[in-house]
Design a protein around this ligand. Structure first.
Ligand SMILES: [Mn+2]
Length: 439
């Protein structure tokens, strides 16, 4: 086995970025540690762009890349005292070998080295405007180089945001990313199965949240990819509900939107099911519409489709369903044109998925929706949210349903990587019935 197997994808990404920037020097810092209160920190999460290019997970690290392809890491030094308190750090030498950098230096050497590296370079690429501290440092480096002007040294004339180039690369996933995303998807699907198996009247939303988190963590996922939404009854109509503190009631639905983060990569799944394990007639009617909308959207996920086509397909099915339910009067074309369906479906049908749950990458380019390409990864997540109101028939009130899967565009169409989370009515009811029979 090639000893550099684990890092070959990162080397290739750095090579591609160097080629894309054409000239100059790029700098990509990782994220700072953040204080939660007084002297305790939030769990550390690296910067996605930095991690994408390096695979290096420690804080206080910076990647510098020249257009010629030389990659340099700045990172924390070994420190026996700090390592007793906080654990292992690679230090520059081990990091260089393990992650395949050409050079590595202590992070404290960054200012001095940058003033040298930028000599006679036409451009500095960095995340412009992302962090005032880096903006100020970049200006100091540029001024330090300009100060050498009388010695015949030229300073960069161009400062460019490096994120645009990396965003474009991140949009199409490579084999290493897809393998991780399939694993993250599979863990999250298992968590949704567990939620279906353990939900029941009288339990609290947070108890089901705990089941999800347990399943994520025991399978190695480091974090939830975002705050899980565990929303029973009327809460299912609150799109970003995160209190998760209400009791579950017989006869109501439970909407769960939860995914995990595995080695930096997110999964993002929503399932909706009845607390008591049996869909009512009204719940079934609405569910079938959302499921049909998702299928219509998925049929449009294939190379060459414009980004918006899955959404438009979903909206057509949902709009007709809303009319069929008697929630809106037709005609159909008017519901679409005046967007009156937005009272019940107010969000879009998906987003890019990757290192960030709402991943990097443009949806439109030069005013045109982006065409889908193999390797792009997105969610497909139509829903209907019927809040209680005087003009809504009793049985439909407080029904909020969303069905969300993660898909990879393939040469033929798409691969649903979250398929292990059941979504057919019969499948869900059978899983819940079996779990109850075992208790
Ligand atoms: Mn989503």
């Amino acid at each position: 086995m090639n000893p550099n197997e684990g890092i070959s994808h990162h080397l290739e990404r750095r090579r591609r970025l160097a080629a894309a920037m054409a000239e100059g020097v790029a700098l990509v810092p990782t994220a700072p540690e953040r204080v939660r209160n007084r002297d305790t920190h939030f769990p550390y999460r690296f910067d996605s762009h930095f991690y994408y290019l390096t695979g290096f997970a420690e804080p206080e690290a910076v990647l510098v890349l020249t257009a010629g392809g030389k990659s340099i890491l700045f990172c924390r030094e070994r420190n026996e005292e700090r390592e007793i308190w906080e654990g292992f750090r690679h230090g520059p030498q081990a990091a260089r070998e393990r992650f395949g950098f050409d050079e590595a230096y202590p992070i404290a050497a960054l200012d001095e080295k940058m003033a040298e590296l930028l000599e006679n370079q036409p451009a500095l690429h960095y995340p412009v405007g992302a962090d005032p501290e880096w903006d100020a440092r970049a200006m100091r480096w540029l001024n330090a180089v300009r100060a050498k002007g009388r010695a015949g040294v030229a300073a960069p004339e161009r400062v460019q945001d490096v994120r645009g180039l990396v965003d474009g690369m991140r949009l199409v996933k490579d084999a290493q990313e897809l393998a991780l995303m399939r694993r993250a998807a599979r863990i999250a699907a298992g968590a949704h199965r567990r939620a279906m198996q353990t939900a029941g009247a009288g339990r609290y939303e947070y108890e089901i949240e705990a089941e999800l988190l347990y399943e994520f963590r025991r399978n190695g996922a480091q974090f939830p990819a975002y705050s899980p939404i565990v929303a029973g009854g009327a809460n299912s109509c609150v799109l970003h509900y995160v209190f998760n503190d209400a009791p579950l009631r017989d006869g109501e639905l439970l909407l769960i939107d939860a995914g995990c983060e595995l080695d930096g990569y997110a999964s993002d799944i929503t399932r909706t099911f009845p607390v008591n394990g049996r869909f009512s007639a009204a719940q079934r009617e609405v569910y079938d519409i959302v499921l049909a909308a998702q299928k219509a959207a998925m049929d449009k996920v294939r190379p060459g489709s414009a980004w918006n086509e899955p959404h438009e397909a979903a909206v057509r099915v949902l709009a007709q369903g809303i009319i069929d339910l008697g929630l809106l009067q037709g005609p159909f074309d008017e519901v679409l044109e005046k967007e009156t369906y937005k009272r019940f479906y107010m969000h879009r049908t998906g987003h890019w998925l990757g290192l960030d749950v709402h991943d990097a990458g443009e949806y439109k380019r030069a005013g045109q929706w982006r065409p889908l390409e193999p390797g792009m990864t997105l969610t497909v997540e139509p829903g209907l949210y019927i809040r209680a109101a005087g003009d809504v028939p009793e049985p439909l009130r407080n029904i909020g349903i969303r069905i969300e899967d993660d898909v990879v565009v393939t040469p033929q169409g798409c691969e649903v990587i979250t398929a292990e989370a059941p979504k057919g009515i019969a499948e869900i009811e059978a899983l819940m019935r079996d779990a109850r029979a075992r208790d």
